[in-house]
Write a protein that binds this ligand. Sequence first.
Ligand code: UDP
Length: 320
Amino acid sequence: MKKTVLITGGAGFLGSHLCDRFIKEGMKVIAMDNLITGDMRNIEHLFKLPDFEFYHQDVSKYIHVPGQIDYIMHFASPASPIDYLKIPIQTLKVSSLGTHNVLGLARAKKARVLVASTSEVYGDPNVHPQPEEYWGHVNTVGPRGCYDEAKRFMEAITMAYNQVHGVETRIVRIFNTYGSRMRLNDGRALPAFMGQALRGEDITVFGDGSQTRSFCYVDDLVEGIFRLLMSDYHLPVNIGNPTEITIKQFAEEVIKLTGTTQKIIYKDLPKDDPKQRRPDITKAKQILNWEPKIGREEGMKITYNYFKSLPNDTIKPKDF
Ligand code: UDP
């Protein structure tokens, strides 16, 4: 019997890559999405497959899925600062009410559930790099609060279902990730810079660009998540690439890769923008025997080729 996996946010950036991975593993995949930030084009290649189904449902409301489910991957959520500034209430609901629904479904189906948490639970960290034991430094009432606190609640309720109802749970803390199917207009650094290069606009670095991030290529991330799902470890695990870079250097790398003749322009740093971020991946190495394999040069080239291949009207900035 084939295993069945439900992937919430299945039409999104990470969700759609997970759909591909589980199909490759020979499983039946049900992708669920309300398409607020997800995009059907990310999964249209899967529709012809007998093992793939799509449910247009909002996981923050009651969800109904008939039949057996073996695994649930909860990846529904806006995940870029611009998105959650625009739709903070949906952002709060999907990781709180949505997680509650997902856990209830997992309990009813006796499914194992993996929830997508984030490095944002560490806030603007004053411990560097960030190990899983660090409790974080989050502004509950700042612009990122709706995302950060909802994800922290998600972790708490996931632990409670594990302890009270014996649901098999996994928690991944995802650090900055990039790759094909990111939305060019989602405001994150990589699609912003590459979109600007493609449109012949200046590259907008926020602040003085000295803030750091550590960017992981999507295939590496998916591999780490898959291993975590198959492991027996229920506490949070960081998955990300520990190679740290300043945002200014990152912009310079995009300029070099794309060959754009545009220059860097500096804009105000958004409120509560973390000054530094790098995962401590000791646990992932020990427990999952995982570490990233794809460097930025290779990963960014693949991603840029993807953006270049998009139809022209997709490359123009627009609202979701
Ligand atoms: N950033 C930037 N210019 C942009 C978009 C983002 O300088 O056009 C900066 C942003 O301020 C942050 C970093 O790039 O310091 C990464 O931003 P992103 O939105 O990708 O992720 P997050 O802040 O959630 O890590």
